[in-house]
Every structure is written in structure tokens, then in C-alpha cells.
Design a binder for this molecule. Structure first.
Ligand code: HEM
Length: 338
């Protein structure tokens, strides 16, 4: 039985730019214990790709975790049948077919309106004035909470993310998270009380029709907002920034040598909008020459996997033409982005 090697980090430096530290971990200690995070980090793409599917060991259940305590027990914190049942129930709201046949029209109309509102301005902030409302409008429609403004979606999303990451126990962050979840609960209750028509494919409507208990509906809508606002917002604005700072890559798009989908996928590889996903080790497990002990916390580091030298040539470079098929920006197991 060999414990994973310890790898200390400087939290502020890791927060500012984790990539140099993650590269050192991949080189020297691909599976390591980081005392500052009180967690074991899995950093290699193939380790994560294989282990994430082994839910008997890498469990998503974290009953006492901050996400469950503050936002309720959502599908991302369940395993096995309990997880698959809720995943099936949400599918009609977010399936590729529903996105194409229903949401796309809303996305295009809202985006056009946001762009029209920017036309006469001498300058604007691409995150606040473009990516944020585009992402927020998309979520208003998908969730069914159309009574909220995009900035309210953004604010409640951020408050929940800050609350879930509040390992330091800051009371102000906790209070802001409670206020956000109360606001969303009220909005969800109002939508349910309004009796959606049978063809309403929003998340609130399909989960209610599926008979999901109100606590689960609330938890899963909060999951969609906390996991569905910042990521597209930052990917939209981040991809624009990446192209503006890499003129040679931008030229490829202008000359039709690369598609916008390639830009998005390479951006999500290069700077993973969700850098990691936590798991709890449910039974002692030997892997990669070390023992993972029952009860410890493990972080699947998607951000590190997406720059794994074994799969990506010059992984720190942003190159829109590269093969990104091995990237796991959306996960690699049963919890693969809904
Ligand atoms: C750039 C955009 C996005 C990225 C990069 C992203 C990434 C991810 C990742 C990494 C996971 C966890 C996978 C795992 O643990 O294996 C996840 C799960 C999830 N995502 Fe996304 N996501 C994005 C957008 C969205 C949006 C817009 C929504 C909702 C409308 C959404 C809903 C979900 C849900 C519900 C889950 C949990 C799935 C489950 O537990 O089965 N995501 N996403």
C-alpha cells in the first residue's frame, strides 16, 4: 500500500494560473495529494477517462458537501440508477433535437437583439454586455424561468458558485448564496403554479411532468444555472479574446480554414471552463502505483487532462486546427455534460 506523493501548491499562484503547476504534477506526480486542497488530484487524461467510469470507487455522492447543503441534492451528486433516472427525465429539455427545433430560434433572436443594442455604442465590455446576456437569455428559455432577467440568472449563478466554493466559511458569501437559492425557489414555484402547456419543453416543465419531487426540481434547476451560465459566457468571451490575441488563428477562421465549432472546442480544451469535478473514494483502490484510500476526496482535473502531452502536441498553444477529439472538457463518464 503506497500513499500518493504529496505535492504542495501556492494557492494564490494556483488560482491565478494553474497550468504551470498542473504541468509539473503531470511530469512528477500525476496522482498526488495536495494538502492545501485536502484532496488527491488525478492529472492525466487517460487516468481520468478510465477512473471516472468506475463509480463504485469514484462516487459523486457527497451528502455533507457544500453543493448538496446549499443547493440541494442534484443529479450530479448521485450515482447509478438514482442518477440515470434524473438524467433521463431532464433529457427532453436539453436533447440535441430540442436545442435544434426549439431553443435555437430563441437563442438566435435574443442574440440578435443583444447585438442590435450594441451597434451604436463606441465601446463595450464583451463579457458583461455581450457574452453574459447571450448566455443568460439561453438559460432563461431552457430552464423556463423567463420571468428573470439575464443579469439575475448571472448573479444567482455566481452567488451559488461562490457559496459552493466557500471552503473558508465566509458568512457574507453564504448569505448571498442563500438569497440566490431563495430567489430561484420562488421563481420555480411561480412557474409550476402557472401550469405550463403540454408542449413546454423547459426544464421546470419537463421535470414537473415527469413527477420529480419539488426538492429535486429545485436542485436540478439550480445545477443547470450554476453549471450553465458562466461556462458558455466565459467560452464565448474567452474564445473571442483567444482569437484577438492569436491573429494567425483568427486568419484561419476568416479564410474558412477553420470553423467556429473548432474555435469553441479548442478554446474549451485550452482553458477548460470547468477545470475539475470532485469525487469521493468509496473503497480502497490501487491505481497508477498508489493506493487511494476509502473516504478521501479526489479531484478529476479536466483542465490538466486537456493539456496532457501524451495526447496534445504543444498543449499550451491555442491552435484552432488541432485534433481535439481526446479532450474531456465536458467530462468522460456517466455525468458527461447533460
Ligand atoms: C461551455 C459550456 C459547458 C461546459 C464546458 C460544461 C462542462 C461540464 C462538465 C465538465 C460537467 C461535469 C462532467 C463530469 O463530471 O463528468 C458538466 C455537467 C453538467 N452540465 Fe455542463 N457544461 C457546459 C454548459 C452547460 C449548460 C449550458 C448546461 C445547462 C443548460 C449544462 C448542464 C449540465 C448538467 C445538468 C450537468 C450534470 C450532468 C450529470 O450529472 O449527469 N452544462 N458540464
Amino acid at each position: 500500500m503506497k500513499a500518493p506523493p504529496e505535492f504542495g501548491i501556492i494557492p494564490q499562484a494556483f488560482w491565478d494560473d494553474p497550468y504551470p503547476t498542473l504541468a509539473a504534477m503531470r511530469r512528477d506526480a500525476p496522482i498526488c495529494f495536495v494538502p492545501q486542497l485536502n484532496a488527491i488530484l488525478l492529472n492525466k487524461r487517460d487516468d481520468i477517462f478510465t477512473c471516472e467510469k468506475n463509480v463504485a470507487v469514484f462516487s459523486s455522492q457527497q451528502a455533507g458537501g457544500l453543493m448538496t447543503v446549499l443547493m440541494g441534492e442534484n443529479m450530479m451528486r448521485k450515482d447509478g440508477d438514482a442518477h440515470m433516472k434524473e438524467r433521463r427525465e431532464i433529457f427532453p429539455a436539453i436533447s440535441p433535437k430540442t436545442v435544434k427545433n426549439t431553443w435555437r430560434t430563441h437563442f438566435e433572436r435574443e442574440t440578435r437583439t443583444v447585438i442590435d443594442g450594441l451597434k451604436d455604442r463606441s465601446g463595450f465590455d464583451i463579457v458583461r454586455d455581450f457574452a453574459m446576456p447571450v448566455s443568460g437569455h439561453a438559460l432563461r428559455h431552457i430552464t423556463g424561468l423567463t420571468q428573470l432577467r439575464p443579469d439575475e440568472i448571472d448573479q444567482t449563478s455566481q452567488a451559488m458558485i461562490d457559496g459552493v466554493g466557500n471552503y473558508g466559511g465566509d458568512p457574507a458569501l453564504e448569505a448571498a448564496c442563500h438569497a440566490a437559492t431563495a430567489k430561484l425557489d420562488a421563481a420555480i414555484d411561480a412557474r409550476i403554479a402557472a401550469n405550463a402547456p403540454d408542449d413546454d419543453t423547459s426544464i421546470v416543465a419537463v421535470l414537473h411532468r415527469a413527477g420529480q419531487p419539488i426538492e429535486s426540481i429545485r436542485a436540478n434547476v439550480k445545477l443547470a444555472i450554476s453549471g450553465g451560465q458562466n461556462e458558455p459566457r466565459d467560452a464565448i468571451a474567452g474564445a473571442a479574446w483567444a482569437l484577438l490575441t492569436h491573429p494567425e488563428e483568427r486568419a484561419k477562421v476568416a479564410k474558412d480554414e477553420a470553423t467556429w465549432l473548432q474555435v469553441f472546442e479548442e478554446y474549451a480544451r485550452w482553458i477548460s471552463p470547468i477545470g475539475m469535478s470532485p469525487r469521493e473514494i468509496k473503497q480502497d483502490f490501487e491505481w497508477g502505483g498508489v493506493t487511494l484510500v476509502k473516504g478521501t476526496r479526489a479531484f478529476l482535473m479536466f483542465s490538466s487532462a486537456n493539456r496532457d502531452e501524451d495526447h496534445f502536441d504543444e498543449p499550451d498553444a491555442f491552435r484552432v486546427n488541432r485534433d481535439t477529439s481526446k479532450a474531456i472538457s465536458f467530462g468522460a463518464g456517466p455525468h458527461f455534460c447533460a
